[in-house]
Ligand binder design. Sequence first.
Ligand SMILES: *Cc1c(COP(=O)(O)O)cnc(C)c1O
Length: 395
Amino acid sequence: MFVYADNAATTCVSQTALDAMMPYLTGQYGNPSSLYTFGQTAHEAVEDARKTVASCIGAQPREIYFTSGGSEADNQAILSAAKAGARKNRRHLISTAFEHHAVLHTLKKLEKEGFEVTLLPVHEDGVARLQDLEVAVREDTALVTVMFANNEIGTVQPIAEIGAFCRDRGIPFHTDAVQAAGHMPIDVNEMNIDMLSLSGHKFHSPKGTGVLYARRSIPVYNLIEGGGQERGKRAGTENVAGIVALAAALKESCDHMAANTAKILPMRDRLLEGLGKIPHSVINGNPEKRVPGTVNICFEGLEGDGLLILLDQNGICASSGSACNAGSIDPSHVLLALGLPYELAHGSLRLSIGEYNTMEEIDHILTVVPRVVETLRSKSPLWQAMESGQKPHLI
Ligand SMILES: *Cc1c(COP(=O)(O)O)cnc(C)c1O
């Protein structure tokens, strides 16, 4: 049996997205910037996609910029706020300790350029607190950027509260909503979000397309110089087919959000119940404040990488944290931010399921994982030391 349980890393392209993009990969290959009708057909497709994306998040079409993905949108949002802040002598940036590296590494780069960064704690349950933001905020704060939902553990942050707080103080607020889009309702006005990042391949459109939403009042900084595409803020001939697919996939996910959630939750709950029975394990993240499909669990006395190899041999695609960290020997910065000890953070497993998964697949996971955990523990010197009482169990 083949089970794809890594939907937080990427997703399959939906039939709807594929059907929508196909004409622009075949007959309709015009350049949207060309003046003749053949080009204008492509231009209209891009503008229709912009309207669709805008309506899915409560924005205006002209506040939508198409990018190459979530990473580019994160970079552009943060640099836009940083450049605007610096012009007013504001060089303080606030984020959280468990953001995606597209955010954290951009902040690191800005630190080297003289900005100061405060990373809010995310506590044991993987949720940032407004109180910590209230303490961290300064006169010279130029940006608050807090992810909507975490990609490794699935916890959802108090975005509307943070948005209201930032609006009151006139501080621009960005959220990396890559893991939330299509899974949770998002309204940039109700939530007082000034900038937001999306990535198409996390909701069933192809890799290499994303969106930066930037409120009209935000001066957008141009990462890529060249032609005047995207109102001069993102040069380069548009990925017309990708943009059309992204809009179709986002609309499909938003239209079917309730039904998809109703399908995913019972699978997620069965997964949690089954995995929770494995001794000396801990399920990570607040049990209520979370996206439907992402489960993260740590097993004492084993290495996550060993677990992934054995799961792969049993046809299961899973992750030990973030796909971007594959091959790294350090435990996940997300799990360390929760305060988990190194030994425990090393034994992590992320299973992220979606509406394309089935109960049979969940049952397959639940037969394989306990067996594999036992195999790995039986070969682990750390586990044996714990079992013989030489070392204490951590959980
Ligand atoms: C996947 C992901 C990104 C990066 O998106 P790409 O389109 O792959 O560049 C950024 N943030 C989060 C939270 C993600 O899960």
